[in-house]
Write a protein that binds this ligand. Sequence first.
Ligand code: FES
Length: 401
Amino acid sequence: MANKPSLKSVNRLRFLHNNDERERRIAAAPETPLPKDYPVNRLSRALHPDRQYVKIAAIKTWDDNCKSFTFAPDPARGTEHLAFFKAGSYLSVFLDVDGMKLTRPYSISSSPAEALDDRVTLTIKRVPGGIASNYMLDHWQMGDEVTLTGPLGEFVYLPVRDGKTVIGVAGGSGITPFHSFAKAIAEGDEDFRLVLLYGSRTEKDILFKDEFDEIQKLTDKVKVVHVLSDEEKPGFEHGFITAELIKKYAPQEDYSIFLCGPAGMYSFLDKQIETLHLERKWVRHELQGEVHNPEKLPDYPNSRPVPAEVKITVRICGEEQTITADTGDTILQSLEKHGIAAPAHCRSGECGWCHSLLLSGEVYCPKHLEHRREADLDFGYIHPCCTFPLSDIAVEVPYAK
Ligand code: FES
């Protein structure tokens, strides 16, 4: 048998001296141009579309403050089918409200299998003083045209990282990704055991109660424990979700904890979960959400004077514009209020989509939303979705398609 060439015997620079052979092959090649689109490109676009153009196909009203909107593709605007996704993903909604160009991320509450039937559902709860959620709840009607991103996010189950059991901890509308997880488990698209601790004020505030009851009849891999803070009833836990309650329902073996809810729930539960001494990889948070009233955060530079208003000079698409901004708004919120369509998806400093260059001025980014790389810090890049101006600033923002 001939000796196999070793790596040492391979002349890795041979291609530099192989021009004759290369030219012979080019001359012998057919003149038909190479295809511009390969199957892998089409698959990639189907799974990760920049935009999904949809129409509202169903509306479920939970109460005056919460609705589920189900969307179907809108082929007339270019979307033939909806993208498949992993349970736990979110979609960003594009909105134009009174001249403001907004995007808002919402966890998908329907299951991946429903996307194959060209249906996807977002469940939206009113936020006191909120612009986007209130607009959608008060204005969206059946048949309205809506533009969404493709599925995004990291709040998904990965067998190589997560335990065979996930303790889901949900508060309020943070239940939406867990409904998607539970359905995906019942439909065979996910394979783990979900123990869901779902905190609500009273029984009537529980979302998806009937749906979870049905899912638990279909599979023994999903167990839902309702925790009521303002009501004591048989069959329900009472109080807040604590480390003790997690221990009560946790398995003996390793488990992951997935949290989704309001910011107050995270800060309370993070301290509780610390006492469980779990490895960091076992604890996952859904998007932290936008910060309001940054001056109340412990690391805000309250020791220095910060004016109520500053000027932001924005460079976008080669043009420059100066706007007046409230220092209580993120840079992204100020741009949107002035009709400047800056790119954004997660609005929590996680996805990097809004990555922009700070040209001058001082800014503040809350520590818990600081996800920039060392190089970003060195070269002055910021995430406008979670960065607040402290002085007049200038910033170069990429164009949002
Ligand atoms: S929008 Fe995701 S990091 Fe800013």
